[in-house]
Design a protein around this ligand. Structure first.
Ligand SMILES: [Fe+2]
Length: 408
């Protein structure tokens, strides 16, 4: 904060500067002197000048040119400039105004007029400084608040995504030893979506929505979900309904990634040739997110250990995916998958089951396996449903609609 207003006096005649000093210093102003145009610009940049008293007729660079140069610098856009001139022609005054000066004082300088004009323009300068500082404070406050809101939004987003991951892990808990499947599968899906040229927001939504693809498994009985053998036809019909259950759980949300989660839960087992489930959608009837997650899910299932199988090698799994081009999978998605094969394998290694935190409780698993075996042995298994209905008609099984399996 300055004690005194600082005035830059520019005149090639030193005695003129000294005369102005005798008028101004006793009034409490600090004076910075310059006898050349170029010199005055240098002093302007290294002093906190509040006003310029500028002679017009100077050798090398006249007052009009100095004024123009001062105005070129945006920080001096509102700095008051008074031209001190013996020119009285209107044309010269217009030239001064066009160059950017604020006022004129005629030579010989009248002390009272000088002090009145200086005081008046310094008041304007003080007001402009006040407004400028206020604007800067407001801008800085808006920036600070915006940053706070952004951070709060990021925290809420992170918390809701974390919740989704954990809920998805809960759905996987019974048939997965680690939470790695959903991590790999969602990252495979996002990488394929990126390769396919989907926009950034859709890629991010697929990344966050795809972990929910098997949420509906939560509604599938344990003896089917963790059966260490091939499912019989009825069990398979029940298992297929995890798509419908997942979609129902996620239905009706306002959140974009939950809505996409519903689509993915519903469609990730549809097949390009129409032989998938639950709705036998075909080709591009299947939403793109469903076609992408289908390949990501199958590749991860093939390369992972399951209760009923050992993992396939990467080569075997890639061959199966290639074989499924145009039958199981959208050929464009298969092409995108193979185009980023190295990235897919990097994700696979990064989220390898062996590197993940295992969330199984061994003693619980052992007890449950024993319990399930005993329960399965006690209950007669349904081999098929007697039905006089046609093959395509749905029947109710424990309140759930399934396609009948005709006894042979
Ligand atoms: Fe599934």
């Amino acid at each position: 904060m300055k004690d005194k207003p600082v005035i830059l006096v520019v005149d090639d005649q030193l005695q003129n500067i000294e005369l102005l000093e005798t008028y101004l210093i006793p009034q409490g102003y600090e004076i910075v002197k310059a006898t050349k145009g170029e010199e005055s610009l240098g002093k302007l940049s290294c002093n906190q000048i509040d006003l310029i008293l500028l002679d017009v007729m100077m050798p090398d660079m006249d007052g009009f040119e100095v004024t123009r140069r001062v105005r070129q610098d945006n920080t001096h856009r509102l700095l008051p400039i008074i031209l001190v001139t013996s020119l009285r022609e209107t044309e010269d005054r217009v030239k001064g105004i066009e160059a950017g000066c604020d006022d004129f004082i005629s030579k010989p300088v009248d002390k009272m007029e000088l002090l009145a004009r200086v005081r008046s323009l310094l008041k304007v300068k003080a007001y402009n400084d006040l407004m400028s500082n206020y604007r800067k404070e407001l801008e800085s406050e808006v920036t600070r608040r915006t940053e706070e809101l952004k951070q709060a939004f990021e925290r809420i987003k992170a918390a809701s995504l974390d919740t989704i991951y954990r809920l998805s892990m809960a759905a996987e808990y019974k048939d997965e030893d680690t939470g790695a499947h959903i991590k790999r599968m969602s990252r495979y899906s996002a990488a394929i979506a990126r390769r396919m040229g989907l926009d950034k927001s859709t890629i991010e939504t697929i990344l966050y929505a795809s972990p929910m693809h098997d949420l509906g498994k939560i509604g599938i009985p344990d003896q089917i979900l963790v059966k260490p053998a091939k499912l019989d036809p009825v069990e398979w019909e029940i298992m297929k309904l995890h798509t419908v259950i997942g979609a129902k759980i996620l239905k009706g949300s306002d959140a974009e990634f939950i809505r996409l989660g519903e689509t993915i839960a519903q469609c990730h087992h549809e097949k390009w040739d129409g032989s998938g489930y639950p709705n036998n959608l075909k080709g591009i009837e299947i939403p793109i997110a469903g076609r992408i997650t289908a390949i990501a899910d199958v590749f991860d299932a093939l390369t992972s250990k399951r209760p009923y199988k050992k993992p396939f090698s990467v080569e075997e799994s890639l061959a199966i995916i290639r074989e499924g081009r145009r039958s199981h999978f959208d050929p464009d998605v298969v092409d995108a998958f193979f185009a980023i094969q190295d990235e897919i394998l990097t994700i696979k290694n990064q989220y390898d089951d062996d590197n993940q935190q295992v969330f199984e409780i061994p003693e619980l698993k052992a007890l449950l396996q024993q319990y399930n075996r005993e329960e399965l042995n006690k209950k007669p298994k349904i081999k098929a449903i007697d039905s006089k209905t046609t093959k395509d008609k749905l029947v109710k099984l424990n309140g759930v609609e399934v396609k009948p399996i005709i006894k042979k």
